[in-house]
Design a protein around this ligand. Structure first.
Ligand code: PMP
Length: 349
């Protein structure tokens, strides 16, 4: 029997906390709203922009519930997935005492977010083929949160759904956070449907990648209600600006989702073209399951210089495991044409 109890993992002082009672949360009924020191004037085309927004705008949450197949009560909208990472750390980790675990090379914000809160990081390594190492549960100590990025940034590699499920089951006293920021590029690997089976699972999502809304700052945490209730104790009173929830709700309409899927298919095509050329010029390219490819080069300094000289800004890494690698985000067809021309010219230099 699974004895997971989210409250036992939470920072104990939070259990005593009465969250800030914002005017919006207290609410009321009537025609004259003078309870929140807002302005009575709306100077914008957006309805009610002079008023504070709902903490968790119902239209947005319902739209994401429809899209993800998860219940509205299992969703928190945040300022990007980055804020969701921070909220989890602030909810479950006591500074100077608790730790998180992650598997690198991976997305840097798990460790940075923990460090800004004086929370320790058990940084385990992925295997040479970018899978979870054997016996990792024995190595995470009392880590409260175990971050698994799938598809993984920056390698672009994927861990099978079966192995992720095994991981969730192998750490029943921790919260396993599966970061699915890139899942729209490989949707068959999502574990969001496992929420009904595992109380210790959290899935992170974002509109910054496939939905093309990085500038809007909108992400989601999917989890069972016991975890959601605890995170709601630490979230800001108004984390989702009104213009953001309007844009995001539109992106999650059936037209918005159709557009997203078309763009994902097109980006995947450009990624395949790019991968072929990278291989042609001798790079070792990892299986690209997100919207980017990580390529290892024998002459990485030369390639990096070539890109810079041609005004192409790709991502190189300080991590010694990635010293010979460059990450290429998939781009438009015209941008990919240019990139391919530049890469092919390296063969002639
Ligand atoms: N997780 C991963 C794996 C990412 O690569 C990123 C963005 N680089 C994020 C989370 C953060 O996404 P957001 O823009 O929603 O904060």
């Amino acid at each position: 029997m699974n004895t997971f109890d989210a409250k036992k993992l939470a920072r104990p002082e939070l259990l005593e906390l009465t969250p800030y009672q914002s005017a919006r949360r207290i609410g009321g009924r009537g025609d004259i709203w003078i309870n929140a020191n807002e302005s009575p004037f709306n100077n914008s085309d957006l309805d009610k922009l002079n008023r504070y927004p709902e903490c968790q705008p119902p239209a947005l949450i319902n739209a994401y519930a429809d899209y993800s197949g998860v219940k509205p009560s299992q969703i928190i909208a945040s300022r990007g997935a980055d804020e969701a990472i921070e909220l989890l750390i602030r909810t479950f980790c006591t500074p100077g005492k608790d730790t998180i675990a992650s598997f690198g090379p991976t997305y840097g914000m798990y460790a940075i977010s923990a460090a800004t809160f004086n929370v320790g990081v058990t940084a385990l390594s992925l295997t040479s083929d970018y899978q979870l190492p054997e016996n990792w549960p024995a190595e995470i100590g009392d880590a409260k949160l175990v971050f698994i990025c799938n598809p993984n940034n920056p390698t672009g590699t994927i861990i099978s759904k079966q192995d992720i499920e095994k991981a969730i089951a192998s750490a029943p006293q921790a919260i396993v956070v599966v970061d699915e920021a890139y899942i729209e590029f490989s949707p068959e690997y999502s574990v969001a449907d496992l929420l009904s089976t595992y109380p210790n699972l959290v899935v992170l999502r974002t509109l910054s990648k496939a939905f093309a809304l990085a500038g809007a700052r909108c992400g989601f945490m999917l989890a069972n209600e016991a975890i959601i209730d605890l995170v709601m104790l630490v979230i800001a009173p108004y984390p989702v600006p009104l213009p953001v929830s309007e844009l995001a709700t539109k992106a999650l309409s059936s037209d918005g989702i159709k557009l997203m899927r078309e763009q994902v298919a097109s980006l995947n095509q450009q990624g395949e073209r790019l991968t072929q050329v990278l291989q042609q010029i001798g790079a070792q390219v990892l299986t690209a399951k997100g919207n980017f490819a990580l390529a290892r080069f024998k002459n990485v300094t030369e390639i990096a210089q070539l890109l810079t000289d041609n005004g192409i800004v790709a991502r190189a890494y300080k991590d010694p495991r990635l010293a010979d690698a460059i990450r290429f985000s998939f781009a438009s067809s015209a941008q990919t044409n240019k990139l391919i021309d530049v890469l092919l010219s390296s063969k002639n230099t």
